[in-house]
Write a protein that binds this ligand. Structure first.
Ligand code: A2P
Length: 275
């Protein structure tokens, strides 16, 4: 053994993060919103719509983790996340400075209720999102199963301002135009997709909270369809707490019941991450 090798062996190893993956792409959409892509752990299998715990090493030497919906579909080689930036948020105040090549902790144990298995078969699926609640639907909308299981796929997205719709709008556009996605999902299947964005605090082509537009019946009129009913309609909901509670009440009024992985019914709900 040479002297150099002995020195090498004696040197303390640089600490490596547990479950660390590498950032491959970062995009800032507004001063409050950004998305990023990261290498996928070889062991990670998930159902489109699920979330995982992700984070960074805290100052106390312990991982600081939060639940994040995976925005990429289950067939994607990488993982995508869509996040808010909270200036004094323990994790997002740091996550927003991520750059390509940085490390991110991902615990490879996906869970969640926004999965097809938690719903009974139906004809029409609604995805109701506010803000970053769009993330799990960015995954589900790129999953061919969504279109195979339903005749119609409707995604509504309500944000305060027009700029906050861009991530979702570009994603819908890419689903319709990206050659690879069109081939994977099928042009006939993609014809089932309806996109219904609304804003509440800035002028846009459709204004108002989706909850109000449902109560007044305006959304059904705009889309030229019958109101929601228990036989045909299934729904997944992801947004802020007040929105989730209000949509739940509305869906129940239409006769839909909340399901779970172990007990599939007509709708499922999950809270969008807001910290
Ligand atoms: P509004 O501007 O009228 O509060 P946030 O950025 O606060 O998470 O909100 C995202 C979007 O969700 C906003 O357009 C907001 O509308 C809307 N929203 C908030 N609370 C509710 C609710 N209880 N029902 C329906 N929409 C809601």
């Amino acid at each position: 053994m040479t002297e150099a090798t002995v020195t090498e062996l004696a040197k303390p190893k640089a600490p490596t993060l547990p479950d660390a993956q590498k950032i491959t792409y970062v995009k800032h959409w507004t001063d409050r919103l950004f998305s990023f892509r990261v290498t996928r752990p070889a062991s990670l299998r998930f159902r489109s719509g699920e979330f995982v715990m992700i984070g960074l090493m805290g100052d106390n030497g312990r991982p600081l983790l939060r639940a994040y919906s995976i925005a990429s579909p289950s067939w994607d080689e990488e993982l995508e996340f869509y996040s808010i930036k909270v200036q004094d948020g323990p994790l997002t105040s740091r996550l927003q400075h991520l750059e390509v090549g940085d490390e991110l902790i991902i615990r490879p144990k996906p869970v969640g209720t926004l999965v097809h298995d938690a719903l009974l078969p139906g004809k029409r699926i609604w995805f109701f999102a506010t803000g970053t609640g769009f993330a799990p639907f960015a995954s589900l909308l790129r999953d061919p199963q969504t279109y195979e299981d339903y005749d119609e796929v409707i995604i509504t997205h309500t944000c305060r301002e027009v700029g906050e719709l861009t991530y979702g709008a570009e994603l819908i556009d890419s689903i319709r135009k990206d050659e690879m996605l069109v081939e994977l999902i099928g042009a006939e299947n993609l014809a089932k997709l309806r996109y219904y964005p609304t804003t509440t605090r800035e002028e846009s082509t459709k204004m108002g909270r989706i909850t109000d537009l449902m109560r007044s019946g305006e959304v059904f009129k705009d889309l030229g369809i019958d109101p929601i009913n228990q036989d045909n309609d299934r729904a997944m909901v992801c947004g802020n707490l007040a929105f989730n509670l209000e949509i739940k009440a509305i869906l129940e009024e239409f006769g839909l019941r909340e399901g779970a992985n172990s007990d599939p019914k007509e709708y499922v709900v999950e809270k969008a991450f807001v910290d």
